[in-house]
Write a protein that binds this ligand. Structure first.
Ligand code: GLV
Ligand code: GLV
Length: 323
């Protein structure tokens, strides 16, 4: 029996599989908050496996605290910018994530944000609830039609590819994309233009970010990039907050350099820039893009199976390596 530390209660029953064969301890959050750092450092001592959330920073301090029993860190997320993967591999600790099972959920939430912001759904809901609806009006809450507009996809991984497919097939938008590895097959199938980031920003009516957060992508969208966007364009971020310079974004929206934004992630989350919270042309959600029952339960299954594999001396299915 190995010791496994889980930093939050997880949905569904997949954790029971793990509990049958290993000694599993789960942090009980009483207020919905993340596990305090000092408790994490205390609890990981002598464990073989850690199952953290994306809000838990897993770095050399945690590896030191765990000691040399630690074999695997199985992140409950597809993104793993919270883990020092280089340091883990130097110490022979395996890192895994949960790709694939949350793709649909994130894609659907991306579209929820696009539609909400371009059709002013939240603003109109607030107006209606406030009893301000007096009469149908030709100019009441005019928004932007998606059909025929240009969708700009930054990052053509699983999520970016499906967002693009929905744009083309679902809303009959045209596509420009920018990514590390050009995909000509995708271009042919979806009549997409592969362009530089600057060209994408200058052509797209909706820009959606689907790249991981790394040293190279931090502040990928800053003041200069926002200045290249069309004044009628919207920025959507369901990836990681720090891809965008949030202060520059606030300024771009306030000064009308772009039309608005749909944001599920924030540079300093859970803190949200206060000026964003006062804007009507912005839709904000609390990092819930993967929050469907289906995705979150599958993520538990995947994380558990990764832990079981490593503890059984096998290669896990979702191994992450330092890039
Ligand atoms: C969510 O943000 C994830 O990376 O899974
Ligand atoms: C995430 O699953 C991605 O590769 O886009």
């Amino acid at each position: 029996m190995a010791k496994v530390y889980v930093t939050r209660e997880l949905p569904g029953t997949a954790l029971d599989t793990l509990k049958r064969v290993h000694e599993v301890e789960v942090y009980q959050s009483t207020d919905g908050g993340a596990i305090p750092r000092e408790i994490l450092l205390e609890k990981v001592r002598g464990v073989e496996a850690i199952l953290p959330l994306l809000t838990d920073k897993i770095d050399s301090e945690v590896f030191e605290a765990a000691g040399d029993t630690l074999q695997v860190v199985a992140n409950y997320a597809v993104g793993y910018d919270n883990i020092d993967v280089g340091e883990a591999s130097r110490r022979g600790i395996v890192v895994t994530n949960t790709p694939g099972v949350l793709t649909e959920a994130v894609v659907e939430h991306t579209w929820a944000l696009v539609l909400s912001v371009v059709r002013r759904v939240v603003e109109a809901d607030t107006y209606t609830r406030a009893g301000k609806y007096r009469a149908w009006g030709p100019g009441l809450f005019l928004g932007m039609q998606l059909e025929g507009k240009v969708m700009g996809i930054v990052g053509l991984g699983r999520i970016g590819t499906l967002v693009a497919q929905r744009a083309r097939r679902g809303f009959e938008m045209s596509l420009v994309y920018h990514t590390r590895h050009r995909n000509e097959e995708f271009e042919k199938e979806f009549e997409a233009d592969y362009v530089s980031l600057n060209e994408l920003l200058s052509r797209a009516d909706v820009v959606s970010l689907h790249v991981p957060l790394t040293n190279e992508t931090r502040h990928l969208i800053g003041r200069d990039q926002l200045a290249k966007m069309k004044p009628a364009a919207y920025l959507i971020n369901t990836a990681r907050g720090a891809l965008v310079d949030e202060v520059a974004l606030v300024e771009a929206i306030e000064s009308g350099k772009i039309a608005g934004a749909g944001l599920d992630v924030f540079e300093f989350e859970p803190q949200v820039n206060e000026r964003l919270t006062t804007m009507d042309n912005v839709v904000l959600t609390p990092h819930i893009a993967s929050a469907t029952v289906e995705a979150r339960e599958e993520m538990v299954r995947m994380t558990v199976s990764n832990i079981l594999a490593v503890l059984a001396g096998k290669e896990p299915e979702n191994l992450v390596t330092a890039s």
